[in-house]
Design a protein around this ligand. Sequence first.
Ligand SMILES: [Zn+2]
Length: 217
Amino acid sequence: MKKSGLRNELIVRIGILVFVTIIVLSGCGTLRTASKSQKSEAVFTADEISLIMSSDLTSPMRVFKTNSYSDSLLLRTKSSAITIDTSDNNLNTLIKRMYITVNDTASAGVGIAAPQVGVLKSVIWVQRFDKPGEPFEVYLNPKIVQYSQLKQERREGCLSVPDRRGDPKSRSYAILLEYNRADMSFHREMVEGFTAIIFQHEIDHLNGILFTDYLKD
Ligand SMILES: [Zn+2]
């Protein structure tokens, strides 16, 4: 998700009751230490490994864009859950190079999903504007298991969609997430506000969905 201008135009409608209800129902921030692996995990393909290993750890990866037909086909394909192995050099390199990519001046963003660098695996980076210091954090196999009925609108852009911005009306104000960390731990967490939009945008990428799908024209 693109960086510039996203923090402006704050239009959040507060619905304390809905949000509090979700928190109470979900047990916000509970942490389980054991990893909970997902079904249908997949290993990296030869093409993915070649993209991941195409350069060193300090180099950004090429961002796939909708103005290329072959890139578009990939961006519209669902990603697979990933088998987490802390000693997997391909996974560790992908994680590092995605971080370099989303922080590169040519592709600066507030979030990025693996399909955007040509890898159909369930890995995203999200900038946590809801945490002190607004750190970037990586999430493996992220899933949204609950959405608030309360919506929020914010202008979005995407590193993969050149020259297009818009306000999807369908973003939930709060979401309940499940994900793994790179250390294989499993977490469940409630996220709200702008950071929840970034998660929804990036997890959509893992399902072949682009923010423009929600826009009318
Ligand atoms: Zn995007």
